[in-house]
Structures are given as structure tokens and as C-alpha cells.
Design a protein around this ligand. Structure first.
Ligand SMILES: [Zn+2]
Length: 299
């Protein structure tokens, strides 16, 4: 029995026995290690593909599990190659399957036949995946030479000059970082100064005319000046036309007989003093006549 518990018998001597397993004469892996002296370990092995047994010709499906004798039989570079010997569960005949690290697969070595079910993409209208080395075209020395010459030409005529250009550009940019930085900062300061001056001007204007703080003033350039001038002239023209119209109306009023004007005035203001109203009427008549005369002179 394996020394799986922690009971140490009275005659156990660590110097002599080393461990409980060796005291009992058992391997830590127990019965699975019964052929360990031959380099064989019993493991559970699952068939990676369908096979036909070579002894009873029975079909054994993929995934059937056996207690296989696992043994290292060699190595591919540093990867060990293992062989698995299994006993057919129908006829007790042995068959052997090995790992194939080079092609990352399993191969049947003896005692059985593998059912060929490998998917071949090329056969099914796809591209070959694994056999890239097999279909390589034979080496043509002339074609190789041509390729090399082309590559050489490309290198000297296109790549090298471009690289040199890039290098020169990079040197130009990174030659004197301090000087470049200084220039940039100086320009930035100047721009900032101008910007600040304009802002102050705007603020003073807003303060002067009591304009709201958030109002945006347009910049004082040629375009805006011209526009403003045009607007101003337009406004003045409209004002002139209006005053001329007013004058014309005044002339029409002036052509009405003064007596009518005065009588109407009398009628409307019967309660006022008679002498005062007559003086007012005569003044009004005089003003209207003056305006009319002035207008006709102008014409
Ligand atoms: Zn069999």
C-alpha cells in the first residue's frame, strides 16, 4: 500500500529509508509505475483518431481510452517522442501509437491502421496550409540574379536618396532645439501681446459705450471700415430723403389759405383767449409761408 497518510511506524529511520514510500517499497505513482524500471509508465491514453485493429480488424472509434504503456523513445530537438502501447479491448492484440513533434500529430506505428480522414484543403478547392516547402519552384539562377539586381537598383536609386533626405530634414529640425524653442516662444509672446492690446481696446470701448461684457466686437480692418462707411452713407441718404419729403408736405400745408387754417384753429380752440389764439395763428402762418418760400427757392 502507498504511504499516503502521515503515519510513521516506530522502526522508521529517515536516514535509512528517506521517505514513507521507500520504507514501504512503493513508488509515489503506485501501481502505474510497476514497469518504471523499463522506463514505462502506465497512463490513460485516448485515441486521437479512428483506427482499425490489425489483429481483429475491428473498427475502434476516436476517443476510446486505454491504459497505455507510455515510454520515451527518442527526441525531436529538445521535444521528447513518446510511444503509447495499448491492448485492443476486443482481441487483446497490441498496437502502438507514437507522437510526431515535427508534424504535431500522432502516427500509428504497428498493430493497427489509421483511418485516413485528414482534411486536405487543396483537394477541396482551398489553399494548401502545411506543405509550403513542397511546392517551391526550382531555383532559377538567372531569375535570382535579376531579382538581386532589381533590388540593388531600387536601393541605390530610390531608398538611399530618400533616406538621406529624411536624415537631412531630421537634422534640420533637431540641430539646435534651444534656438528653435526660443524662436517659437518669442513669436508666441508677440502674438499674445497683440492679442492682449486688442482685448484692452475692446474693453475700453465697451466701458465707454456701456456695452455688455459678452458682446463680440468685430476687428477694425479695411473690410469692416468700408462696410461701416457704406452703412453710414446709406443712413444719411435715407435721412436726407425723409427731410425732403417732410419739406414737400410742408409746402402743401403752406398752400392752404391762412384764413382757413386760422378758422379751423379757432374752431378747435373756442375756449382759449381770442387775442392769444390770433397771435398764435399768425405766427404759425408766417412759419409755414417761410418754409414754403425756402423750399421753392431751393428748387
Ligand atoms: Zn483487436
Amino acid at each position: 500500500m502507498q504511504g499516503s497518510n502521515k503515519y510513521y511506524p516506530p522502526d522508521f529511520d529517515p536516514e535509512k529509508h528517506g521517505s514513507l514510500n521507500s520504507y514501504r517499497g512503493k513508488h509515489a505513482l503506485g501501481d502505474r509505475a510497476r514497469k518504471i524500471d523499463q522506463g514505462i509508465l502506465i497512463t490513460r491514453f485516448e485515441l486521437p483518431f479512428n483506427i482499425w485493429c490489425g489483429h481483429c480488424e475491428a473498427h475502434i472509434g476516436m476517443g476510446v481510452r486505454y491504459n497505455a504503456e507510455k515510454k520515451k523513445i527518442g527526441s525531436y530537438y529538445s521535444t521528447p517522442i513518446f510511444s503509447f502501447r495499448c491492448k485492443c479491448h476486443l482481441c487483446s492484440g497490441w498496437f502502438e501509437i507514437q507522437t510526431d513533434p515535427k508534424n504535431t500529430r500522432y502516427v500509428v506505428v504497428s498493430g493497427a491502421r489509421q483511418k485516413d480522414e485528414e482534411w486536405d484543403p487543396e483537394e477541396n478547392g482551398g489553399f494548401a496550409v502545411h506543405d509550403t516547402e513542397k511546392n517551391e519552384a526550382p531555383v532559377d539562377p538567372l531569375a535570382t540574379l535579376e531579382k538581386t539586381t532589381d533590388a540593388q537598383n531600387h536601393l541605390t536609386k530610390v531608398q538611399a536618396p530618400r533616406l538621406e533626405q529624411l536624415q537631412a530634414l531630421s537634422e534640420q529640425y533637431t540641430l539646435d532645439p534651444y534656438e528653435l524653442s526660443r524662436k517659437v516662444r518669442k513669436r508666441f509672446r508677440e502674438e499674445k501681446k497683440v492679442e492682449k492690446g486688442l482685448q484692452e481696446l475692446d474693453d475700453s470701448l465697451k466701458g465707454k459705450y456701456g456695452l455688455p461684457e459678452e458682446l463680440k466686437l468685430i476687428r477694425d480692418d479695411e473690410g469692416s471700415k468700408k462696410e461701416a462707411k457704406e452703412e453710414w452713407e446709406k443712413g444719411r441718404r435715407i435721412l436726407r430723403e425723409q427731410s425732403a419729403k417732410r419739406r414737400r408736405i410742408g409746402v402743401e400745408i403752406g398752400s392752404i389759405p391762412s384764413s382757413v387754417a386760422s378758422t379751423s384753429r379757432h374752431a378747435s380752440k373756442t375756449n382759449s383767449k381770442a387775442s392769444g389764439s390770433t397771435a398764435l395763428a399768425s405766427l404759425r402762418t408766417r412759419i409755414l409761408e417761410n418754409t414754403a418760400r425756402h423750399a421753392s427757392h431751393k428748387r
